[in-house]
Design a protein around this ligand. Sequence first.
Ligand code: SRM
Ligand code: SF4
Length: 547
Amino acid sequence: MENKDLNPVEHIKLRSDGLRGTLKESLQDNYTGNVRPDDEALVKFHGMYVQDDRDRREERALKKLDKLYSFMIRLRIPGGVVSAGQWLTAHRISEEYGTGTIKITTRQTIQLHGLLKHQLRDTIQGFLQADLDSIAACGDVNRNVICSSHPQVSPLHEEIFSFADKLSKHLLPKTKAYYEIFVDDELVYERETEKDELYEDRYLPRKFKIAIAIPPTNDVDVFANDIGLIAIIEDGKFVGFNLAVGGGLSTTHGNPNTYSRLATEIGFISGEENILKVCYEVLTIQRDFGYRGDRKLARLKYTIDKMGVENFKQELEKRSGISLQPLRNYSFEERNDRYGWAKDSYGKWNFGVFIENGVIKPDQKAFLYEVANLHVSDVRFTCNQNLILGNINEEDKPKVQKLLAKHKIGQKDSALRVSSMACVALPTCPLALAEAQRYLPELITKIEPLLEKHKLAKDEISIRMTGCPNGCGRSYLAEIGFVGTGPGQYNLMLGGDRLGVRLNKVYKKQVEESEILDTLDGLFDKYNQEKLKGETFGDYSNRVLFG
Ligand code: SRM
Ligand code: SF4
């Protein structure tokens, strides 16, 4: 592709000198809370986004003030597990800087919002001291590798889970810019030591995501990822992964060239070296064949559809020198998190805590602070935005139980609420067209009586909302999905399944709350009367509305 046809972000990457740009200068500039325009794109590769409080835009504009700029930082936590000590660091940093809120994301990590520019270096140094970083948590590189969270589901959890870290490290960019910019001004790395055969100087055309699912659970929504690895367990042993490629959910309203796509399973791979090699070469294919003219059409899903799945597979086998074997059998049976106490196969206890939309409330934060101070558990983030206290010894369980009672932590929410998920949206997300995490809880409170009325209160129907069609809360994989189209308006999406293997479809466009409630009331009534034995709401809607 000729240079003139590249989209503007491609030029920024090429001239960035290993993602440095002028970030050092931008951080020192006291005249604005923002960074320079090129640096806005580059700072993402270091795990941060420039934002502003959209609730306050109007008031500030009236006073002729610039936007109130701040930063969101997202950590890289492959597999989503931190120690109690690391949690305490996140707690402390969130109290010292930012808004005080810790948000668990749909990709098993945490974000802090509202950090001011002059706080970034201290924030990053604080995290680094606790062995945490935000490198490649965003940007056109491989992001946080996610993995099924529930230790009790499989005795092989630890073995399979270790691949999240191995893959994350294997696919990290080589540049040391992060340390030069945010840690020590005096550091200057030899560029030769940063030679990056994977990302070169152009990086990938777009973000890249990998998920590892451990059947029978698909809590990671494996088919929503550029690479999905499904662990195959035979005779109680982990033997390798089925490889799925080309998943991605985002669409753009009014742009028919964009679409959600579930990853296609193309073969089975075994052996650690082979697995790392094959994943690496999927990235090089995307690097070389991905479309760099339009960021809306740059994800691997479009590259694969352009090449054709068979050609893609042949190219992958050629580059890796590894033949993919026929797919192996597995089955998904659940996607939801489990709450309360459970024992893992090593005899350790864990406790699942429901965190509505990943926003840790002050009472939950106080509880977690006290538990972490006991140093008797680790903290695991789930892809459903919840949290598990893991690895608790039998003799330590009573100490945790005491704190659970003191802070009144326990599962008391409806089946619908604990099966819900929403993206951040307003006020920090610059792309939000409608509310999501601030509104879904309220909407659920209005849907709950409808479910009661139709005797469906125990039904774990998955319900998800996103403030725009980017789909960060994976609303396209819900039985009831809402995709924001404008203030107070959503496309109502139905017919998705409960396990994350079928996309939903638009049932009604741009509807407001009263129409949403009327529509669901009618559908719940019909579902209750007409459902087949064992048929979920998603399967019923798919059959009746789109069959
Ligand atoms: Fe996302 C952009 C939040 C998971 C698809 N996402 C954003 C930004 C950074 C807005 C921006 O570009 O300025 C949002 C920041 C909001 C804020 O104020 O914090 C944002 N995305 C999130 C999180 C925090 C939602 C949440 O409430 O948990 C999730 C963070 C995950 C993480 O830890 O890395 C999050 N984003 C997702 C997912 C779900 C997933 O990966 O499982 C998707 C859909 C899957 C996919 O990638 O197709 C997703 N986010 C996007 C897109 C569309 C990408 C595309 O292919 O076009 C954007 C926009 C973009 O990249 O230009 C986006
Ligand atoms: Fe923002 Fe849209 Fe993602 Fe929600 S789905 S966080 S509104 S980009």
